[in-house]
Design a protein around this ligand. Structure first.
Ligand SMILES: Nc1nc2c(c(=O)[nH]1)N[C@H]1C(S)=C(S)[C@@H](COP(=O)(O)OP(=O)(O)OC[C@H]3O[C@@H](n4cnc5c(=O)[nH]c(N)nc54)[C@H](O)[C@@H]3O)O[C@H]1N2
Ligand SMILES: Nc1nc2c(c(=O)[nH]1)N[C@H]1C(S)=C(S)[C@@H](COP(=O)(O)OP(=O)(O)OC[C@H]3O[C@@H](n4cnc5c(=O)[nH]c(N)nc54)[C@H](O)[C@@H]3O)O[C@H]1N2
Ligand SMILES: [Mo]
Length: 774
């Protein structure tokens, strides 16, 4: 197996095609071919995101009531073929490869070998994974856990496991004695979950799919639709065709927001017809959102002042502001007080650009605000989210059809995991109810979130780590420090479908437990089972596995969680682990008993096409905030990330990005088609002027070093310079390759989401392009 961690020559060619289109179809077919699943794959994909089908394992975009004939996208299809691949890892694989050897493999090569098939135990002496019987694994893990202080153990979840599994897992943690339930959302939309409740009294977005049919304006901030939620392109395309203005704020020109050819439409495909999506595209400074939204708000407020003075119709929704909001005067005063020159400097946009956005927004009777990691993964990520709420509130754009706020969540059930108790914050969980339901005293102290779990691991305070999916060590900040500290953990258990780096960096005692994926048939004592998930629009829906399991030795996630729980805990007749595993509808009954208002008639309603929605008071303008109103919140200032000043020419702001050929740390290939970068991920995207100011040319090899002074040297080497259309002062690099550069303490205030879109770095020349070519 080649060591593809070494950089290959990058090929950089501007991509002239649209998002979707023929490029997308070619990409799906070549993926199915690679995974040896062409015939089955195409048939299986027809069941994706359909009633009685399975929910895509890629992103969390909503499943429409009336689906398209092909309700999947290029990247959803890739995720499917990646999971149902015919390739699998027999036990002989680990006889042939030591862990030290596998550590040299790339992420791509590790996952590409196929599905994990047998439960394994670490043999430290032989530096290998060796097979273990399920019962032995459970018994040994339980014995270890019983001897530990529960408060010093961490139960992590990556946001894919179903509501049923997640409920059981969170309950297991509490019965065992802790709330240390960090989730991938701690690295993702936690800035939303912290930012929105104070602003609108709900931790989730208010937009529903049907709002796209009614909206008159779309504002988009820091989300890459073409790669990360491509099915959203369908409603976006319909909006664009209706002439709905789409105003995009993103430092990079992401193709999905520019134009789209719908691969589902034969006419569009044959005529190569493209729909233009964005009507305005503002390439703001990375980290410039608070300033930009202040500018748009200021333009709006000042135009409203003039209109009112001249006796014309107002531009703000004064009746809504009066009746439904709190804090408008302070927000308006803040906006009025900011100088345009400063707003321009910090946003990187011209006053004219912000006024243009304001006038289109002001003319639209309804508007929605869509956003992603470009807002949440900053030191001021929580303020960013609240600023977007402020902008929407100015024109009454929350709680009416066609309007609202739409955080586009990541993993397919990341939002749902929080709904059923995976939370380190005890105040978000109905502990009193659980205490009665299961006859125990749940722990009441706040648990560790992801960053706090990492800190505890670095300090040697963690005795056991269980990973319910995910690739923790590779997704978190400060990779090198985390990997070095990991062996201080006594017990690590990874529940997974595919091999990744977190399975090679182990505790003293370690287990690798392979599970069924969501697309696979899951047959238990009472027959075939379905599971359920919550999408980004708060709809809860059923998912039926459709493909024969990758191996007869796999267990389902509920069975694995129950297996470990039973061997760890004293028996409790109120917690019927075996009955739950035998029939998941009984887990759903238990969930309904714990959360009656959200999950009323769960087992019945879960089969409704499109799923059933969670109650969302903010949608009805019922504000569950302390003021009883929606709150305008004034930001602390324009500085979002770096301690250094904007004009410190030496330090650059590294924005970590996903390519179009990955799902988080799962690397499907080396084609970032929309950005025109192919063959490697070892690149750094630079504005030509920033590169030339440092004497760097295209193709030069550089190292990035974190520009902070905390006594730790952080460096990533061997990156090729690519000239790219990115605002000055910012550079782009891929996640997870750049994670060693991100200090653990560099996170969003209040939410502790790592500030992955703004890492201060210096660029150091390693090798000239001419020399590299020799
Ligand atoms: N195919 C695929 N789908 C996925 C994923 C995947 O890896 N692959 N990941 C899933 C997960 S877990 C998540 S959380 C989501 C992530 O999906 P996104 O929220 O789209 O996250 P990123 O890809 O990190 O891209 C963030 C975008 O923000 C922009 N940006 C960066 N800095 C700033 C800034 O300061 N201001 C503004 N306005 N914009 C900025 C970047 O240019 C980029 O377009 O997607 C989910 N879906
Ligand atoms: N620098 C930087 N760092 C980031 C980000 C960034 O933008 N920049 N984004 C952050 C974000 S938004 C997120 S969400 C995290 C993601 O962090 P994680 O969720 O921890 O990572 P993933 O890469 O999604 O996990 C992939 C692994 O999950 C396992 N898996 C896949 N399907 C299943 C399943 O059905 N069951 C089980 N049990 N396991 C399964 C496979 O073994 C696979 O290798 O990373 C964060 N880290
Ligand atoms: Mo995420």
């Amino acid at each position: 197996m080649p060591d593809t961690r070494k950089p290959r020559p990058a090929s950089v060619q501007p991509y002239s095609g649209p998002a979707g289109g023929w490029g997308s179809l070619r990409s799906v077919e070549s993926m199915l071919l690679k995974e040896e699943r062409v015939a089955t794959g195409n048939a299986v994909l027809l069941r994706q995101n359909k009633p009685e089908g399975y929910s895509c394992v890629s992103c969390s975009w909503a499943k429409p009531k009336v689906p398209y004939p092909f309700e999947y996208c290029e990247n959803g299809a890739k995720a499917t073929s990646w999971e149902i691949t015919r390739k699998s890892i027999g036990t002989d694989f680990f006889e042939r490869h030591t862990i030290s050897e596998l550590l040299k493999w790339s992420d791509y090569d590790l996952e590409k070998i196929g599905r994990l098939t047998h439960p394994m135990r670490l043999d430290r002496e032989r530096d290998r994974w060796v097979p273990v019987a399920w019962e032995d694994a459970f018994r040994e893990i339980g014995a270890e856990l019983r001897g530990m202080d529960p408060k010093r153990t961490v139960f992590y979840s990556s946001g894919r496991a179903s509501l049923e599994t997640s409920y059981m897992y969170a309950l297991f943690a509490r019965l065992y004695g802790h709330n240390n339930l960090p989730d991938s959302s701690n690295m993702c939309h936690e800035s939303t979950s912290v930012g929105l409740p104070l602003a609108i009294g709900a931790p989730v977005g208010t937009v529903q799919l049907e709002d796209f049919d009614k909206t008159a304006c779309i504002l988009s901030f820091g989300q890459n639709v073409g790669s990360n939620a491509p099915r959203m392109l369908h409603p976006l395309q319909s909006c664009a065709k209706r002439g709905v203005p789409v105003i995009v704020f993103n430092p990079l020109r992401e193709r999905g927001w520019e134009r789209f050819t719908n691969p589902q439409s034969p006419v569009e495909m044959l005529t190569r017809k493209e729909t233009r999506i964005a009507s305005q595209y503002h390439q703001l400074r990375a980290g410039g959102d608070i300033a930009a939204i202040t500018g748009v708000s200021k333009a709006l407020i000042e135009a409203d002042d003039l209109a009112m003075a001249a006796g014309r119709a107002p531009l703000l929704d004064h009746a809504f502001i009066q009746q439904h909001t709190h804090g408008f005067d302070s927000y308006a005063a803040w906006c009025r007080a900011q100088e345009w020159s400063e707003i321009e400097r910090w946003s990187g946009l011209t006053r004219q650009a912000m006024q243009d956005a304001a006038s289109v927004y002001a003319a639209a009777p309804t508007a929605m605000g869509i956003y992603g990691m470009g807002l949440t993964q900053h030191k001021k990520g929580v303020d960013n989210v609240r600023m977007l709420v402020n902008l929407l509130l100015l024109r009454g754009n929350i709680g009416k059809p066609g309007a609202g706020i739409l955080p586009v969540r990541g993993h397919s059930n990341v939002q749902g995991q929080r709904t059923v108790g995976i939370s380190e914050k005890p105040e978000l969980v109905p502990l009193d109810g659980l205490a009665v339901q299961y006859g125990f005293e749940p722990p009441r102290d706040t648990g560790m979130n992801t960053v706090e779990a990492c800190e505890a691991i670095v300090e040697g305070r963690v005795q056991a780590f269980i990973g319910l999916g995910g690739n923790f060590v590779h997704a978190v900040p400060d990779t090198d420090r985390m990997e070095a500290s990991w062996p201080t953990i006594r017990l690590t258990v990874q529940i997974a479908t595919k091999l990744n780096r977190s399975h090679l960096i182990n505790g003293q005692v370690a287990y690798l437990l392979p599970c069924l994926g969501r697309i696979e048939e899951d047959v238990q004592a009472s027959g075939p089972q379905m599971v359920s998930c919550e999408d980004t629009m708060t709809h809860i829906h059923a998912s039926w596995g459709k493909v024969a399991p990758a191996s007869p030795h796999l267990l389902s996630e509920p069975a694995i969680v129950a297996g470990i729980a039973k061997s760890t805990l004293e028996p409790n007749p109120k917690v019927p682990w075996d009955d739950w595993v035998g029939d998941y509808s009984k887990v759903r009954d238990a969930i309904e008993a714990s959360y009656p208002s959200v999950f009323k008639d769960y087992n019945k309603r879960v089969h409704e096409p499109g799923g059933f929605p969670r109650p969302l008071p903010a949608r009805q303008r019922d504000w569950k905030t302390e003021t009883g109103k929606a709150n305008f919140l004034v930001p602390g200032g324009f500085r979002t990330d770096l301690e250094t000043d904007l004009d410190d020419g030496e330090i650059l702001q590294l924005v970590t990005l996903r390519s179009n050929d990955q799902f988080n740390t799962t690397i499907y290939g080396y084609e970032d088609r929309f950005r025109g970068i192919s063959g490697t991920r070892q690149v750094v995207l630079m504005n030509r002027a920033d590169a030339e100011a440092r004497g760097l040319g295209e193709g030069d090899t550089v190292a990035l070093a974190t520009a902070v002074d905390d006594g730790i040297r952080r460096q990533v080497r061997g990156l090729q310079v690519v000239f790219y259309d990115i605002p000055r002062g910012a550079i782009g690099g891929y996640y997870p390759e750049c994670n060693p550069l991100m200090p653990l303490w560099h996170y969003a205030e209040d939410s502790k989401v790592p500030a992955a879109k703004a890492i201060p770095v210096r660029v150091e020349l390693e090798k000239r392009a001419v020399m590299a070519a020799e």
